[in-house]
Design a binder for this molecule. Structure first.
Ligand SMILES: Cc1cc2nc3c(=O)[nH]c(=O)nc-3n(C[C@H](O)[C@H](O)[C@H](O)COP(=O)(O)O)c2cc1C
Length: 181
């Protein structure tokens, strides 16, 4: 049984990314995994680069925001699943801020081992739409020593200019990834 932390970097509570994340969580719970979900819809800043977290082992981040709850949640998980809308061909700023703030948990530039997966939604329905974002995620997680378990990349979503919509086959894929993870 896995302890999964599912972090969603979309501000839209009933958006496409939320739907994809919910399908993944359904699948994972059906397979007996514990899923703790967090939506990055509150105050969350990027890393200041102040170096305070480098002033001795266990020095905490000086910022007080959503990460106060997310650091302990991250500590409890063995598997991190990041969900994000595709913004300008990359992760959303909220998702990126969460990634940056993990800097504070490293000790001598080493990070606790985790398995990980990525869920994304985007408007473009081209095979290359998620290449940069997926490549970035896979690159930095490999650099941290994490194992990539898979991803679901839901292109062709309809977006915030009208009614949101996501193709059901992507929800099925997310459910299957969760169930098989
Ligand atoms: C600021 C912004 C930037 C976006 N950039 C892209 C993009 O680069 N490529 C793309 O295919 N879709 C892009 N989109 C569309 C979203 O990725 C898409 O609508 C997504 O499903 C929204 O997820 P949500 O419903 O969880 O908010 C963008 C939307 C916004 C609001």
């Amino acid at each position: 049984m896995r302890h999964i932390l599912l972090v969603s970097g979309s501000g839209a509570a009933r958006g496409n990314t939320a739907a994809l994340a919910a399908a993944f969580a359904d699948g994972a719970r059906s397979a007996g995994h514990a899923v703790e979900s967090s939506v990055l819809d509150g105050e969350l800043n990027g890393c200041l680069g102040c170096g305070a977290c480098r002033r001795g082992a266990g020095s905490p981040c000086v910022q007080r925001d959503m990460m106060d709850g997310l650091y302990p949640a991250f500590g409890r998980c063995d598997t991190l699943v990041l969900a994000s809308p595709l913004y300008f061909w990359g992760l959303s700023a909220r998702a990126k801020a969460f990634v940056e703030r993990l800097y504070a948990i490293s000790v001598e530039d080493r990070y606790p081992p985790r398995d990980c997966a990525l869920l994304m939604t985007g408007g473009t329905d081209e095979f290359w739409a998620f290449d940069k974002a997926e490549g970035y995620f896979r690159f930095f997680t490999a650099a941290l020593g994490w194992k990539f378990l898979g991803g679901v990349f839901a292109g062709g979503c309809t977006g915030c200019e009208g009614e949101r919509g996501i193709d059901g086959r992507y929800l099925e894929s997310a459910r299957a990834l969760g169930a098989g993870i």
